[in-house]
Design a protein around this ligand. Structure first.
Ligand SMILES: [Zn+2]
Length: 276
């Protein structure tokens, strides 16, 4: 089955989700009962994330219910390095999908708490707003909500069954992926797809269709995946974000992005449709 992380289960009836995916993660603002000594603790330190069990310490942030247990995020930045801590990307291959989703949310909430301790307008210390995932400034009233940066990612296909894959300067050797970029203020998701593809490879696209989305906690993105069709233009890379791009057929593929990514889900979906 294609990897559609956390929230990619929209097409599966809710009562079947637990059967198919195993443990369930339900994000929530507050726990259903008092803090529980058998909670799942996501300890977010400087060296990565460690999944532990126990009672949430003072200052822990509720993440949600993980397989029926309370799940809390703990900011471990002040503590010594946890020898069992793993980078979130490495954690992905060590835990089930729901636990990884909870860990990703925990990292985002801790990151938000760390970077919103003071009001961005007047500099006063902020405090939590009861009943809301928000921080409010007691002096000027400014409210800050968890930071999310939406980014579109798109697989562009041509009539001949090929798909456009590209690589940037920071990519692993010989590895290609879909085109992606952050959404600009004032722009729709479809406009962001059109602009990103045009800017990065000078191609015009049409038939932009939503595929799926994926929380991407590096550190606070939301990836929104699309399919699109080539309309016109020849590939001309921008030379900065994208250094190489080409039309690939299913029979001659480059290195592909890891299974953790929605990029890989887009590519696997295309490969399934073109009959690889
Ligand atoms: Zn303020």
């Amino acid at each position: 089955m294609p990897v559609l992380l956390a929230g990619g289960t929209a097409s599966i009836p809710a009562d079947l989700t637990a059967v198919i995916l195993g443990p369930m993660f339900l994000p929530a603002l507050d726990p259903a009962g008092p803090p529980d000594a058998t909670s799942v603790l996501v300890r977010v330190g400087t060296a990565g994330v460690a999944i532990r069990s126990g009672a949430p310490p003072e200052g822990a942030v509720f993440v949600g219910a993980l397989d029926g247990r309370q799940c809390w995020a703990v900011d471990d930045a002040e503590a010594g390095p946890d020898t069992g801590a793993l980078d979130l990307r490495r954690l992905w291959s060590e835990v089930d999908e729901s636990t990884w989703a909870a860990a990703g949310r925990a990292v985002q909430l801790v990151e938000w708490a760390r970077t919103h301790r003071f009001c961005g307008r007047c500099g006063a210390s902020t405090h939590e707003v009861p009943g809301l995932r928000a921080k409010r400034c007691p002096r000027c009233g400014l409210e800050a909500f968890p930071r999310l940066s939406p980014a579109v990612i798109c697989l562009v296909e041509r009539e001949d069954g090929t798909a456009l894959l590209a690589r940037g300067p920071q990519f692993a050797a010989r590895s290609y992926s879909c085109l992606a970029g952050f959404v600009e203020p004032g722009e729709s998701l479809e406009e962001a797809v059109t602009r990103e593809v045009r800017e990065e490879v000078a191609i015009e696209v049409t038939a932009i269709r939503y595929f799926a989305s994926q929380p991407w906690p590096f550190p606070h993105s939301l990836m929104i995946g699309f399919n699109a069709h080539w309309l016109s233009g020849e590939i001309e890379v921008d030379g900065t974000e994208i250094t190489e791009a080409a039309w690939f057929s299913a029979r001659k593929l480059p290195g592909l992005p890891p299974a953790i990514s929605i990029a890989r889900s887009l590519i696997d979906d295309w490969l399934a449709r073109v009959g690889r």
